[in-house]
Design a protein around this ligand. Sequence first.
Ligand code: HEC
Length: 249
Amino acid sequence: MRSCQRFSDISISERILNSFFLLSIAIGYLFSLGQIYFSHQGRDGNPGISVADIAIAYHGSPEQTRLAAAINGPMAGNLKSAADKTVILDWIESGAQPAIYEAQVAPILQRDCQICHSPASGMRVPPLTSYEQVVKLTEADRGASIPSLIRVSHIHLFGIAFILYMVGKLFVLCEIPVWLKRLTIGLPFLGMLTDIFAWYLTRETPSFAYLLVISGALMGLSLNFQVLLSLYQMWIPLHWPSNRTEPND
Ligand code: HEC
């Protein structure tokens, strides 16, 4: 039988290269959790992140408007005071009239939001510089649009598939029962594909947010299991045959 390469067969230089790659992926993963937290927390009006926040992000929330969802959630930190949030929410509640907008809401938006939400900023976010623009965001929150989901899907598939492939290529060098290896090697891909599929399902039916969260967690757990076990077996010579010679590189 042809023998397969193991971590014990690779040089120190390769181990250093592999380790920095795997460490960068693990740290990148932590930042992506932070990114999920900050883009979705508080959407349901309660602080912190929950499955309900994820459901609102994809399905929308018919009783909430996009503007209210933003200032309750990811945009809350940009407001100087909680009283300003109440002013904006009350304005939406009372029918988003132009007179109150000019007197009370416009100054807040100008001070706290227009650094980013204006044509001058060059950012791809809706401008909040006129009544007409702002009032459009006070219609019911319909969740993520199909074009935006398609855009993020292709970025995720191309980007994450590469990461999973590279990490998986290293993970096959581990010394573990072959059934466990065969099972673990496919899991991150299954998790990623199910997760992306679940975005579209959640957009239609909010309870699919559970599938979305579970498949995302499955991807994260199996990916990080591969990273940690690879790092461990690469440096701790538990499984290395004692009579072999180090590749001198
Ligand atoms: C530092 C830049 C920045 C500031 C300041 C900022 N925003 Fe945003 N805003 C963004 C970015 C970037 C996005 C898109 C990413 C996202 O949805 O998280 C966004 C998204 C939004 C959306 C969602 C638009 C949609 O398509 O549904 C709303 C509404 C919004 N912001 C309102 C506000 C309000 C109100 C303020 C002021 C209290 C504010 N933002 C301040 C950068 C900013």
